[in-house]
Design a protein around this ligand. Sequence first.
Ligand code: R5P
Length: 323
Amino acid sequence: MELVSKKRLELYAGRSHPELARDIAAHLGVQLGNANLRRFADSEDHCQFGESVRGADVFIFQTHARPVNDSIMEQCIMIDAAKRASARRITAVCPYLGYSRQDRKASGREPISAKLVTDLLSVAGADRIVSVDLHASQIQGFFDGPWDHLTAMPVLIDYLRSERLHDPVMVAPDAGRIKVAERFSQHLGWDLAFVYKRRPKGAPTQVEAVEVIGNVSGRTCVIIDDIVNTAGTICAAADLLMERGASEVWAAATHGVLSDPAVDRLKNSSLARVAVTDTLPIAPEKRFDKLEVLTVSGIIAAAIDAVFADTSVSEIFGGDNQV
Ligand code: R5P
């Protein structure tokens, strides 16, 4: 007996970011599968796929938005269901990977929670992971399988290029972003500067921007970061850049976490414009005039398509996804 088997792509989404899931499905030209997600009275989650996933290449989309723990657990439950329903391959698509900043022991008696999250995805049954702009790309090593690390760089670069800024300088707001900022500056043909940032010990939401290295006087500075959480980092950097004579300061980042008091800080800051992507949902009440939300749906769809077709993901980014 001989069988010619056909590959089948199935895309399911958790409930953390339905808009992005829909946009990705539209780019791919597929229907989102029905995962019949529901929550019991005691707050436990349940899922039951509405169609067979046997032998399918299953992509389970969930960005780890607030409440982060619920988002992660829901995705794990969906992966477990797909594994037990005999999916051929399961890919966890996590545009924003929760806990990614807890990627090492910064001091004694701390967890490495990013490793725990990847362990959870792995034990649930994920064969591979897709994510966007990890806080540190070596997090991929926490998972013993393929990890497609995407970057929002093409989306942010297109946006910044289209804005035709006057005498622009790319600025890294701390030591951790220098390599990324350098990559942006090379693509855009801009100069590079960076800020020396300190967080006072025991005050994780406070930031001190101590010094600027580079020529920013009279120029438009664009701060590039991976995450805007409480916005302390980019606001402190913006203030210092203005003090050092910048004519205008913008900020661009991949993940708009926007935890309180980010929105108030940004509205009242010296920043002229803030661009983030839609790796995380941004509620209407968190949107404000100078905030621009760009979509990464096309990039994620292209990566899912490449994974399904066994073609190169790096080629989509010209190799820039490994910084
Ligand atoms: C830090 O290393 C990260 O790259 C971001 O700069 C940081 O997470 C942003 O946090 P916040 O907006 O709370 O300053």
